[in-house]
Design a protein around this ligand. Structure first.
Ligand SMILES: Cc1cc2nc3c(=O)[nH]c(=O)nc-3n(C[C@H](O)[C@H](O)[C@H](O)COP(=O)(O)O)c2cc1C
Length: 168
């Protein structure tokens, strides 16, 4: 598999931890992790495989650093690149906007020629609504470190197994 760039935004460090756990699932592949606070367009364009991840901070609100990173994402030439998205949230405290970040990022990039991979089933998640559902699935992997952390090991393993089949 070609190298993967993981780009994350994180306020309290939870998304950063998940990014590292995702990286650890790919023992045979080069994976570089970037905090979006310091990432530039060239960093994104280096990779044919990109994983984007951040948390939700209020209904339809992205984590602060990732919000500032959106213009960089929009400027990058992402045509033909495979993109997978994960979102970190809290389904118990914020059930009406659970992991909205996945859907927000998806909407920003939709139509720019990237190929989205890593849809994930809603089965097993407890929430009322989310901007991240497209059709019957989440457009990426929702992770709940606050209320369902015991489920995350398995969810990350399932998602990364899926990515291994469809990344470049
Ligand atoms: C003020 C505030 C608002 C939040 N809003 C949401 C939300 O709308 N949806 C959600 O799923 N999680 C929400 N969360 C939970 C965070 O996304 C969650 O704690 C996440 O793990 C933080 O990740 P980070 O430390 O990597 O930024 C909110 C948390 C806080 C403190």
């Amino acid at each position: 598999m070609k190298p993967i760039g993981i780009f994350y935004g994180s306020t309290t460090g939870k998304t950063e931890e998940i990014a590292k756990k995702i990286k650890n699932q790919f023992s045979d592949t080069q994976i570089d992790i970037y905090n979006v606070r310091f990432a530039i367009v060239n960093d994104l364009e280096k990779y044919d495989n990109i994983i984007l991840g951040t948390s939700t901070w209020g209904k339809a609100e992205l984590q602060e650093d990732f919000k500032k990173f959106l213009p960089i994402l929009q400027k990058a030439d992402l045509r033909g690149k495979k993109i997978a998205i994960f979102g970190v949230g809290d389904s118990a405290k914020y059930p009406v906007s659970f992991a909205d970040s996945i859907g927000i990022i998806f909407d920003v990039l939709d139509g720019k020629g990237a190929i989205f991979v890593g849809e994930f089933s809603v089965k097993g998640y407890q929430f009322q609504s989310s901007l991240s559902i497209f059709g019957e699935n989440f457009a990426g992997l929702p992770i709940d470190e606050d209320s369902e952390c015991e489920l995350n090991k398995e969810r990350i393993a399932m998602w990364t197994d899926l990515l291994k089949q469809c990344l470049n």
